[in-house]
Design a binder for this molecule. Structure first.
Ligand code: HSE
Length: 407
């Protein structure tokens, strides 16, 4: 029997306990031992839980219990998660987490502590919910140099955008629905402003390129400025708008990383990933494109990935699974102003398309009753901004600009 503790009994934590109880026999046959949830840490009461007697509000009961070999952190946020996880690792306990904020902020440090203590720090559920992505990238794709990763990494925003695209729903109504369905983060700003997706592409970039990428170093835009008008124009260009986390390896070895809404061509595999589903394309130099697809949020999908890590940790007590990257200082990341994209603009003004053509060169334009939408050729962000300034100086109002993801 391996004793574990679960810190947090929210959406994911309760799902973990549920799977460990409902799939007890299945997991026993895989591990050859019972996984026993000895403690559950939460400040709230859960009198109806089948393991109500094992709840505690006191972290000391976990850290000081020598029988507890694996600790599951599903509280979310950094405080007190960071402190608790660090102390658990230093106490020689393996840690499994779904907490992308924690991994994106402190992954390199926690992996290093795990290495020193010869325990495991596993976080499959931190990216893509129920989709296997960390382990496949770390094991199955290990013979590749990763050239690019692009993903729809946030279920809440993908749900909102799908509702806007398919049902013409307003942003706020779709967000409320996503929250009611339990996809959204405690603070929905992390979803809609792109921080959650950014954390996830940072984790994947750290894993793929071996150096920690901190979210602060990544240009991040959310979907709060996306309007139904943009959604409709995108459709006319045979595209859909998706929030994309993307990292690309450049010929000089640096990386170009961004989180932003993008117009994705309808023929792209990522264009057809809807609702709370996530999709991640990994382009390896040997494999070509490999696409991972599934539920990126929600109770049981995320808990399923956590449970797989629990089993792995229980199987490898005091033996490390190779999962590691070193700290990073951002010097391998190019400035966002040097990043190259084709662009979409929605503008308003007399002869807007003609003026845009004079400034941007070759464009594709669609003129609606009042508005004009334009697609440009590829250019750096700084060049694009200069040209937008020139267009504005000619009396054309720029209402929105969105990158085009050639995915
Ligand atoms: N709020 C996140 C999402 C949950 O919507 O994808 C999973 O990380």
């Amino acid at each position: 029997m391996v004793s574990i503790a679960v810190m947090g009994h929210g959406v994911v934590g309760s799902g973990v306990v549920e799977i460990l109880l409902t799939h007890k026999q299945k997991l026993f046959s895989r591990l050859g031992e019972e996984i026993y949830v000895k403690k559950v840490l939460d400040l709230r009461e859960f009198p109806d839980s089948p393991i109500a007697d094992r709840f505690t509000k006191n972290f000391d009961e976990i850290i000081n219990d020598l029988e507890i070999r694996v600790v599951v952190e599903v509280m979310g946020g950094l405080n007190p998660s960071y402190d608790y996880v660090k102390r658990c690792l230093k106490a020689g306990k393996s840690v499994v987490t779904s907490n992308k904020e924690l991994v994106a902020a402190h992954g390199a440090e926690l992996l290093e502590i795990a290495r020193q203590e010869n325990v495991n720090f596993l976080f499959e559920a931190s990216v893509g919910g129920g989709i296997p992505i960390i382990r496949p990238m770390n094991q199955c794709l290990v013979a590749n140099n990763v050239d690019e990763i692009a993903g729809i990494l946030n279920g809440t925003t993908n749900f909102i955008l799908t509702k806007m695209i398919e049902d013409g729903m307003q942003f706020e109504d779709a967000l409320k629905l996503a929250q009611d369905l339990g996809f959204a983060e405690r603070n929905p700003a992390a979803d809609i402003e792109g921080h959650d997706a950014c954390r996830k592409i940072c984790i994947l970039a750290s894993l793929a390129f071996g150096k920690h990428v901190y979210p602060d170093a990544v240009h991040t835009e959310g979907i709060t400025n996306i309007t139904l008008e943009d959604v409709k124009f995108a459709e006319k260009f045979n595209c859909v708008i998706k929030l994309i986390g993307r990292v690309k390896r450049l010929p000089d070895g640096k990386i170009d990383i961004i989180t932003a809404p993008m117009l994705v061509p309808e023929k792209s595999q990522l264009a057809n990933i809807d609702y709370e589903f996530n999709g991640i394309m990994v382009r390896g130099d040997c494999t070509g494109d490999v696409v991972f697809y599934g539920k990126g949020a929600g109770k049981l999908p995320t808990a399923s990935a956590v449970c797989a890590d629990i089993v792995d940790s229980c199987m490898h007590l005091k033996r490390r699974r190779f999962l590691y990257w070193t700290d990073g200082d951002g010097s391998n990341i190019i400035d966002v102003n040097d990043s190259v994209f084709k662009m979409y603009l929605r503008v308003n003004g007399e002869n807007a398309a003609q003026k845009a053509e004079e400034i941007f060169g070759k464009i594709t334009a669609i003129q609606d009753v009042k508005r004009c939408a334009i697609l440009t050729d590829a250019m750096t962000l700084s060049e694009f901004r200069e040209k937008c300034d020139k267009l504005a100086a000619q009396g054309v109002e720029i209402l929105s600009t969105i990158r085009i993801g050639e995915l």
